[in-house]
Write a protein that binds this ligand. Structure first.
Ligand code: HEC
Length: 109
């Protein structure tokens, strides 16, 4: 492979992986919806670190749908016995922004 091709493939991979992740917007929405009262990016609070959630579901194509339901309806047993209460107030559009960010490993930027 020539160098130009490698460079453009690397650039494609870099821009593509985080193409629709908006970390600032996601953190604003999570903050407004009180998600950060139980979650942090890089350590466990009441719920798991968002970084760890991203790692757990890496490559899982069904994760977005599963987690949309789980956050809206609440539940327990995946990370421990402590349940997450339902969060019915967050809109699907807002939740998708947050989960896209979480599933990307919750990058700071
Ligand atoms: C009152 C505390 C609390 C609040 C508020 C809360 N969570 Fe959670 N969350 C938890 C707990 C506890 C778990 C672990 C549940 C389990 O083990 O199945 C969890 C798990 C999760 C998971 C992983 C679920 C899984 O099945 O792997 C995601 C994603 C998540 N929360 C996102 C959110 C979002 C987004 C919000 C805000 C809309 C939010 N949480 C608000 C406590 C909370």
């Amino acid at each position: 492979m020539n160098r130009l091709l490698i460079a453009s493939l690397t650039m494609f991979a870099a821009t593509h992986a985080f193409a629709d992740v908006d970390a600032a917007k996601a953190q604003g929405i999570a903050s407004k919806n009180m998600c950060f009262s139980c979650h942090a990016v890089d350590h466990k609070v009441v719920g798991p670190a968002y970084h760890d959630v991203g790692e757990k579901y890496k490559g899982d194509a069904a994760a977005m749908a599963t987690l949309m339901k789980k956050v809206k309806g609440g539940g327990s047993g995946v990370w421990g016995a402590v349940p997450m209460p339902p969060n019915p107030g967050i809109s699907d559009a807002d939740l998708k922004v947050v989960l896209t960010w979480v599933l990307a490993g919750a990058p700071k930027q």
